[in-house]
Write a protein that binds this ligand. Structure first.
Ligand code: ADP
Length: 373
């Protein structure tokens, strides 16, 4: 079977690593010939994943296509779908999720709890929706890793908003940021991964480290699982979905956003769960039975990001010490250049005790630094 991946970043790289267990011929479309996936696929095509012709020409002789990022040309995927290429997830689901306005509207239409919101075209319109403040202003398309997000607590913050189609949503009084991955096959069978809990670095607005399974009251777990299943069923598409949610100070649960693809919050499933999210997506694409999502041991993921003040060829300080830690698994993405804040890899560590897990995650965070040579 010929399967294409749109995007050649680190998620695509891990998907390709998992493909080695199956008889599948892999194709990658990506602009950067030195991307993390280029040397792991069977066929690399240099091209723009947002361009109709590039995506269409890439896909027309394939059996199936999946994505590692949602900023892709949907029209080309719709055309390919009409011509019989299977797309995971289907283009209609990607279309809903790709734009934060249609995504929020989808939650509202399907009675999926997500914070109250209004749509703005210009930041000056924020003053029409004072009842939503304190709020978060989010650009509808093109934002990532918190870059298209501004907090608007009072009228004096309105200037920080966006002069582009955006969502203004009520700020949630967050107790925990969590994520859950849901797999859905073509028959409509679903499998849920255990919930993960994020620890966010407030300075870089990037994930500091993550723990899974999250430590939550059982009642909250049931609510999260019920919301996750309802959401994925409403999308009416096979595929793998990562849903980010907030647990607020009253233990109420709100959906933040959904990614229709393998996700950073599921990196630990490679070593931490019987079936990884990457293996699971192949099972869905190849129409095999869903895998076992049970955790082997509690896991932490530590993101390895480029150190402040270092640009150029990466030097991995502390690599040997980290590799000598029991049950620590280093994943480097093979990026040729480091720069401050760039995701260069991650480490997964497993331990039966949460206390030891947190201790090891912090130790790895402080030991392992990406500098330049
Ligand atoms: P991105 O898609 O760029 O990752 P998110 O929508 O996930 O952006 O928002 C980034 C961060 O901003 C979240 O992880 C959370 O900390 C904060 N945030 C987003 N929406 C809200 C909200 N409604 N209430 C409170 N904090 C929010």
């Amino acid at each position: 079977m010929k399967v294409g991946i749109l995007g050649g970043g680190q998620l695509g790289r891990m998907l390709l690593q998992a493909a080695a267990n199956y008889t599948v011929e892999t194709f990658v479309l990506e602009n950067d010939a030195n991307c993390p996936s280029a040397h792991l696929c069977n066929h690399f095509t240099k091209g723009n994943i947002t361009d109709f012709e590039d995506v269409y020409n890439f896909g027309k002789n394939l059996d199936a296509i999946t994505i590692e990022i949602e900023a892709v040309n949907i029209e080309a995927l719709e055309q390919l779908e009409k011509e019989g290429v299977k797309i995971f997830p289907n283009p209609a689901a990607i279309r809903i999720i790709k734009n934060k306005i249609t995504q929020k509207q989808f939650y509202k239409d399907n009675e999926i709890p997500s914070s109250d919101f209004s749509i703005t075209q210009q930041k000056s319109e924020i003053s029409n929706y004072m009842h939503l403040l304190p709020a978060v202003h989010k650009i509808a398309e093109g934002g990532y890793d918190g870059k298209g997000v501004q907090i608007v607590n009072t009228t004096s913050d309105i200037e920080k908003g966006f002069d582009a189609p955006s969502v203004l949503e009520k700020k949630v009084a967050i107790k925990k940021e969590i994520a859950i991955i849901v797999a859905m096959n073509e028959k409509g069978n679903a499998a849920l991964y255990p919930i993960s809990e994020m620890m966010v670095n407030p300075v870089l607005n990037l994930l500091d480290y993550q723990i899974s399974p999250a430590l939550l009251p059982q009642k909250v777990v049931w609510v999260v699982e019920a919301i996750a299943i309802k959401l994925v069923k409403a999308l009416k598409s096979p595929g793998l979905f990562a849903i980010e949610l907030f647990v607020d100070v009253n233990d109420d649960v709100w959906v933040n956003e959904t990614a229709p693809r393998v996700h950073n919050s599921g990196h630990h499933t490679i070593e931490g769960n019987h079936c990884s999210q990457y293996d699971m997506l192949w099972r869905i694409i190849l129409n095999y039975p869903l895998g076992n999502t049970t955790p082997i041991l509690p896991a932490a993921i530590i993101n390895i990001i480029g150190e402040e003040g270092f640009n150029g060829t990466p030097y991995y300080e502390g690599l040997e010490e980290v590799l000598s830690i029991d049950n620590a698994f280093v994943h480097l993405y093979g990026k040729l250049q480091t720069k401050p804040g760039r995701k260069m890899g991650h480490v997964t560590v497993l331990h039966s005790s949460y206390q030891d897990l947190n201790y090891k995650a912090n130790k790895i965070k402080h030991l392992f630094k990406i500098k330049s040579v």
